[in-house]
Design a protein around this ligand. Structure first.
Ligand SMILES: CSCCC(=O)/C(O)=C/O
Ligand SMILES: [Fe+2]
Ligand code: NI
Length: 172
């Protein structure tokens, strides 16, 4: 089992600098996720107490066009966005420290954590289909804050962590 993309760095000013923080686990058993040990441990450790499921395709997502449009509008959340891909695939784009988009492909068996305060967007790929579990600490937080949301506490906190090299977030 691999964890990667945890801290992405770029070589700037003759040194490595943290560019963004996001987590991607692969090799979670999407067909038997309830019994997957990695997922069970992660849920326990991070206190993911709420879960539900979303399927995105023209057939299964009500108000498909508007939902997809809002997912693809650059935004952030006050809570981490945690998605386990059960089927299909898609792209999560996140902003690095230079404000460039970094594209993170998400496929079956991968779990993505986009931390609170990180600007991002989501789009389907050519499969036009994804089914994913959504996890939350406590209750679900659906609100998306479109950019600019630079004065929000979660944004300030994310930038503070970035300036510290994400030292205290680098624990999964
Ligand atoms: C595959 S989950 C759909 C996208 C989503 O829920 C979200 O919040 C994108 O930012
Ligand atoms: Fe989001
Ligand atoms: Ni903190």
């Amino acid at each position: 089992q691999n964890v990667y993309l945890q801290i992405h760095c770029t070589y700037t000013n003759q040194r490595w600098e943290p560019a963004f923080f996001a987590v991607k686990f692969d090799e979670i058993d999407a067909d038997n996720y309830q019994n997957d040990k990695v997922l069970q441990d992660l849920r326990k450790k991070r206190n993911y107490t709420y879960e539900d499921e979303i399927a995105c395709s023209e057939e299964c997502l009500p108000d498909y066009a508007n939902k997809l449009k809002s997912f693809y509008t650059e935004h952030l959340h006050t809570d981490d966005e945690i998605r386990l891909v059960l089927d299909g695939s898609g792209y999560f784009d996140v902003r690095d420290d230079k404000d460039n988009w970094i594209r993170i492909a998400a496929t079956k068996g991968e779990l993505i954590i986009i931390p609170a305060g990180l600007y991002h967007r989501f789009t389907l790929d050519a499969n036009n289909y994804i089914k994913a579990k959504r996890y939350f600490v406590g209750g679900p937080v659906w609100l998306a804050y479109n950019r600019p949301a630079d004065d929000m506490d979660c944004r300030r906190e994310y930038l503070k962590h970035q300036s510290q090299g994400f030292a205290h977030l680098n624990k999964v």
